[in-house]
Design a protein around this ligand. Structure first.
Ligand SMILES: [Zn+2]
Length: 262
């Protein structure tokens, strides 16, 4: 899908509702001019910038909500702008001192990948990963509930999806839900107040009566506190998604594929 088609698609859907997908609407105006570029000069490969980070690039593999490798992911690597990578290095050093490592699910995401998500969302018959990522929802509501959108903050290069790995237990920290779970259970304010870090147990938003424990909520807060402390801003529907508050390319949507930067 080219950009003019994407804009047409947005315009049509916005008459009914705003579109978003688990790709994040944060920080951008969908009506703003898009300036696509394939310039990689301000990007770094995360495994070089942060050797301590663990990578599990879900869109390179098939364990993701689509169930297939996503367009534009040519290697299982993570790319970020230099500025975002420097801030994330500070987060990594911070959490290592607490006994954790960062585990990265996704970082820079090319527009081609976002277009793949949109195509997938339009195919209501393809529900092969529903039990794992949107068990409580009909696929048809993913657009109107803004779980899928035609543009993503990730494409601007300063957004990252991640969790914490506990170096003592040698497992991911239990966050009470999986990356890319489409539902209110993924909201940072599910069962608690992320501003104060207070657990409330309020699970009234969960259609299936799901809940998370005080410990699971506290784990989400460890990640959130570290990210905010070092310059990232949270996203109100995904506990794992953060964008550098002072991102260097707020209006640029990059098009180069995910592969090691030489
Ligand atoms: Zn994200």
């Amino acid at each position: 899908m080219n950009f003019s088609k994407i804009r047409t698609f947005i315009a049509i859907l916005c008459t009914a509702c705003c579109i978003c997908v688990t790709t994040s609407c944060s920080g951008s105006d969908d009506n703003a001019p898009v300036s696509p570029t394939d310039d990689t000069s301000r990007f770094v490969t995360l495994s070089e910038a942060i050797p301590d980070a663990i990578l599990e690039i879900r869109y390179y593999g098939t364990y993701n909500f689509v169930g297939a490798r996503i367009d534009g992911y040519e290697q299982p690597v993570a790319l970020l702008t230099r500025e975002a990578a420097a801030a994330l290095k500070a987060v990594s050093d911070d959490v290592i001192s607490q006994g954790y490592r960062l585990k990265i699910y996704d970082a820079y995401r090319p527009q081609k990948a976002v277009d793949h998500f949109v195509r997938w969302a339009e195919d209501l018959n393809d529900t092969r990963m529903k039990p794992y990522f949107y068990a409580d929802l009909d696929k048809g509501v993913l657009f109107e509930r803004e779980y899928i959108m035609a543009k993503s903050g990730h494409t601007r290069g300063s957004t990252v999806d991640l969790t914490l790995f506990d170096m003592t237990s040698e497992k991911e920290l239990d966050m009470g839900g999986t990356f890319d779970w489409f539902g209110p259970e993924s909201h940072p304010d599910f069962c608690g107040d992320p501003e104060s870090g207070t657990y409330t147990g309020d699970n009234s938003q969960s259609p299936a009566g799901r809940s998370i424990t005080p410990e699971q909520f506290a784990h989400r807060m460890i990640l959130r506190r570290a990210m905010l402390k070092h310059g990232f801003k949270p996203f109100d529907t995904e506990w794992w998604h953060f964008t550098l508050a002072d991102e260097p390319f707020p209006d640029t949507y990059f098009t180069f594929p995910v592969r090691q930067i030489e």
